[in-house]
Write a protein that binds this ligand. Structure first.
Ligand SMILES: C[S@@+](CC[C@H](N)C(=O)[O-])C[C@H]1O[C@@H](n2cnc3c(N)ncnc32)[C@H](O)[C@@H]1O
Length: 184
């Protein structure tokens, strides 16, 4: 895991953040957003955190990268937004149960986290999720298949959620799976 952390740290140390580039799924479906406490898992620089904080959520942004979160923290303070940043390794960090009104997961997948993700939502809470699936190796052959969703998309992982949107093979290369669900 240290290797993974170092890789992301050096990447975020080099990159210039684009804080104004939230994921299209959030922009397309922003009518679903209300207010409350949101969790942005593996937030990176946190364009999605800022977007939902601007839509009235209190946001917890969680990532393994200190570089990414210190940039996000500075930006959120400058904008006067309620974003708390937590540097944590999600392989070890326990998520609270029935706590969040909104959970965002974009381009991060590890199977053991799928149950805790649905369990950390409150009743009525929303999950927005988009990530690469098994088709992605035809676009980027060097991508580690361990981080790619298997066939079937995201909905089979979230039996406790009512499906609002389920697109197992979205995008021109069919290499992105997108899902929005609500805790019943
Ligand atoms: C592809 S980026 C996605 C970032 C952001 N969600 C987005 O869509 O722009 C994957 C993120 O996962 C984070 N990450 C990787 N392994 C992690 C771990 N074990 N715990 C927490 N974050 C991790 C990286 O630091 C990186 O920010």
């Amino acid at each position: 895991m240290r290797k993974d952390r170092n890789r992301w740290e050096s990447r975020y140390g080099r990159e210039i953040p684009d804080f104004d580039d939230p994921d299209p799924l959030l922009c397309e479906q922003m009518k679903l957003l209300t207010s409350g406490i949101a969790l942005d898992l593996a937030s990176g620089f946190g364009a999605n955190s800022l977007f939902v904080a601007e839509s009235d959520y209190t946001v917890h942004a969680l990532d393994i990268s200190f570089n990414a979160l210190s940039a996000l923290n500075k930006e959120a303070r400058q904008r006067g937004l309620d974003v708390s940043c937590v540097v944590a390794d999600l392989d070890e960090y326990p998520l609270p149960k029935a706590y969040y009104d909104l959970v965002l997961v974009f381009y991060f997948y590890t199977k053991p986290l799928m149950n805790p993700i649905q369990d950390c939502l409150k009743r009525g809470g929303l999950l927005f999720y988009a990530t690469y699936n098994f088709h992605h190796t035809s676009v980027k052959p060097e991508f580690n298949p361990a981080y790619l969703l298997p066939r079937g998309g995201l909905s089979p992982f979230f039996p406790k959620l009512e499906i609002i949107l389920d697109e197992p093979e979205a995008g021109p290369n069919r290499n992105v799976s997108r899902f929005i669900g609500r805790k019943a």
